[in-house]
Design a protein around this ligand. Structure first.
Ligand SMILES: NC(=O)c1ccc[n+]([C@@H]2O[C@H](COP(=O)([O-])OP(=O)(O)OC[C@H]3O[C@@H](n4cnc5c(N)ncnc54)[C@H](O)[C@@H]3O)[C@@H](O)[C@H]2O)c1
Length: 413
């Protein structure tokens, strides 16, 4: 394994999330963005140019994953391609390693994979690769949440007992690219796309800081999914027009709402609950992340739209629609919240700093591919519960082969 003072990072994919990571890199120490590979050469060049402009690394575009993995300046790979290419991307990295290339670590965006079988395959491949690994769950590293969790545990839990209920929600008005809307490609609808965040935030809030993730244990899962907005004929048509004919929510909808309750027990047998909810049918200023933690004599709450700064634009202004104020922005008029540094506030900056530090120290991060597998298994159990309309005991038989109806293409809302 390579041992270096400073690491070079190569990105697979040059889309939305890669740009967020590159922007976050201004707050990352001891590593530079050195490479981008994506099948879209023009976008890969643009992402490399963004890294150079921000002075976060002398990045260049690579012609293939294999070439990037083998390059001497690349020590780590951040997998940021679409969900349906996860396994292929990972297999190509592992092939390159088999042929003699070396890496220090591999980080993978959420969700680790589309279902439990694929997530298990990702774990097999990383174990074969024998390098350090990270599961990129940015929200755990959101500075407001991290600080509030620290205080709630240090003061509230220390004086009155551990917290028992965590609530987490992620909501916006719908994804930016067609593949997210297609159940077979993405793996599901909003549950697979966004509940991975909320389930892991809930588990993290309820886990004593410093304790292993196994210190709280799932017991049962109850969930519900629905298509509340996007299969209405006028919205299915709007979606078809904006995303293309392959996104047909009249014929093949995916859920745009999901809620799940996961019951856990701690080491002493105390009952704990995570309540997660997500939707692609929330029309507000833009992306809204909300989290709560409740304990015997305390609570915490975080809402990403309550940053403090605001701007106001009167009805006389008629500019172009955009995402210049906030992720998944829905308006250009009225009173709009400002999230001053989205890459930092949503957690990307601290997440990347943390994982780079682990990789430099040769220390396996707590949040590795096995965590990604567990999150995927919880999500698949939630889909099972929604499909069977009953509470499912953890861990259900058949989970390994289970594919949600939305991904199979036979879901009827
Ligand atoms: N942490 C978060 O909050 C968050 C937010 C958005 C997306 N994501 C995750 O990041 C991943 C990418 O999402 P995105 O929003 O950047 O999507 P996107 O559609 O904007 O970009 C995808 C990129 O992958 C490239 N690509 C196409 N085919 C590929 C292939 N065969 N192999 C590798 N890359 C290929 C595309 O050219 C594009 O650059 C997804 O898994 C998504 O779930 C995470």
């Amino acid at each position: 394994m390579k041992r270096k003072e400073r690491l070079g990072v190569g990105f697979i994919g040059s889309g939305f999330i890669t740009r967020f990571h590159i922007q976050s890199w201004v707050g990352v120490r001891d590593a530079d963005v050195r490479g981008i590979w994506s099948p879209n050469a023009e976008r890969a060049e643009e992402a490399a140019a963004l890294a150079r402009t921000l002075r976060v690394g002398e990045a260049r575009r690579f012609a293939s994953i294999e070439e990037m993995v083998a390059a001497p300046e690349i020590d780590c790979i951040w997998i940021c391609g679409p969900n349906h290419f996860r396994i292929e991307n990972m297999e190509r990295i592992v092939d390159a390693l088999d042929k003699g290339a070396t890496l220090v670590g591999i980080a993978c965006e959420k969700p680790l994979a589309r279902n439990a079988a694929e997530a298990r395959r990702m774990v097999e491949l990383i174990e074969k690769a024998g390098v350090l690994h990270a599961y990129l769950e940015d929200q755990l590293f959101s500075p407001g949440l991290a600080r509030a969790r620290e205080i709630a545990w240090a003061r509230g839990a220390a004086l009155s007992g551990r917290p028992y209920l965590a609530r987490a929600a992620e909501e916006h008005s719908g994804p930016h690219r067609p593949w997210f809307w297609q159940g077979d490609l993405q793996g599901g609808g909003v549950l697979n796309d966004m509940m991975c965040h909320s389930l892991e935030v809930g588990r993290h809030l309820l886990t004593r800081p410093g304790a292993p993730r196994s210190s709280i244990r799932p017991v049962k899962v109850s969930a519900q999914i629905a298509s509340l907005k996007w299969s209405r004929p006028e919205y299915a048509e709007l979606l078809r027009k904006s995303m293309g004919p392959e996104v047909d929510y009249g014929e093949r909808p995916a859920e745009d709402f999901a809620r799940a309750t996961v019951s856990y027990v701690d080491e002493g047998g105390l009952p704990l609950i995570v309540e997660a909810t997500t939707s692609w049918s929330f029309v507000g200023a833009g992306l809204r992340l909300s989290m709560e933690l409740l304990g015997p004599e305390y609570s915490l709450s975080v809402n990403s739209l309550d940053g403090g700064a605001r701007v106001f634009f009167s009805r006389r202004l008629h500019g172009a629609a955009g995402e210049d104020l906030i992720e998944k922005q829905n308006a250009e008029q009225g009173l709009m919240p400002i999230v001053a540094n989205e890459a930092a506030e949503y957690g990307y900056e601290a997440e990347n700093r943390h994982f780079i530090r682990c990789f430099l120290d040769g220390a396996p991060p707590e949040e590795g591919f096995h965590a990604g597998l567990e999150v995927t298994e919880l999500m698949m159990t939630a889909y099972m519960s929604a499909e069977q309309e009953r509470t499912i005991s953890w861990k259900p038989a058949g989970l390994e082969r289970y594919v949600p109806p939305v991904a199979r293409g036979d879901w009827k809302p």
